[in-house]
Write a protein that binds this ligand. Sequence first.
Ligand code: AQP
Length: 329
Amino acid sequence: PTRTLSGITPSGSLTLGNYLGALRRFVDGQDSTSGSRDSYYFIADLHALTMPHDPQQQRELTLETAALYFAAGLDPSRCAVFVQSQVRAHVELSYLLESTAYVGELSRMIQFKEKGGRPRTRASLFTYPCLMAADILLYDTHVVPVGSDQSQHVELARDVAARFNQAYGETFVIPRFVPPASAARLGDLADPARKMSKSAPPSATGVIRMLDTPDVIARKIGKAVTDSGNEVHYDPAAKPGVSNLLDITAALVGTTPESVAEQCPSYGVLKRACTEAVVATLEPIRHRYAELVADRSSLLATLADGANQASAQADLVVRRAKHAMGLLC
Ligand code: AQP
């Protein structure tokens, strides 16, 4: 059987990019072939501590993200859904991997170069890829479905796992990054060269949030930058704004951006088609979300259950790694 693991950091309200690049793929991949649980999806709350955060808001965002996982279609009877900090093995293995990774390779991570590198950068931002490698390696994961922005981190996890195996004997399964088939990197609607990111300020009009109402979605897409000229065709380099809207629409309706372009004679028609596709996808999720958050205690119980299932597997791997490295266990 193929083991799958992925997660999202609760560093802001989830975006349409998070849905298309990650969450929708989690839902598609949650059924195992062997009948046992082979998919693990987590809310990466420890990763959120790498940046300044407000504790109360952090708790709420973690729960919001969890509820969105279920609202989007993750079914706890078909996969394990858990909160990272509730499975202690993540931090434990992370340290063992910090003792395997090199400072040189961590310094080359694009995300660290973009967000960090200052005296007051949190040390955890630098070591973040080790925690991410631990997330992956703890579940003997074969496949990691993440957006293309995360490929460098998966590559690092592969390198660290291979180095560990070489130094201490076969311990970890070497994971594989699997890019999304479409919409690998949605651009911000107001600045398509930038990635649509959940940590953008709540007022950012270029970021569609999964919980945005239809009115807000229509307004944001209405304001999306388009390119000079008035012809709709797919050309990400020359027409990044229009191509971004085509990517979004195509990914949602299950076709190619070129074929959406053929059906849209003007920018106005494209924006309406895009709005319709986004609303049709997100509205049912928003309604299910409202039901789920209304019953907070059952949400918490489902997460505790997921953490127990995850711990059962993760503890075995930590033990294996500790033993291999020469720690008493
Ligand atoms: N714009 C995007 N297009 C496609 N996929 C995306 N993902 C994120 N943005 C896009 C995918 O969603 C998952 C989220 O992973 P993460 O939360 O650990 O980190 P991230 O990639 O840094 O996500 P954000 O939304 O950009 O958050 P912030 O603003 O906090 O940095 C990953 O699978 C990612 O590829």
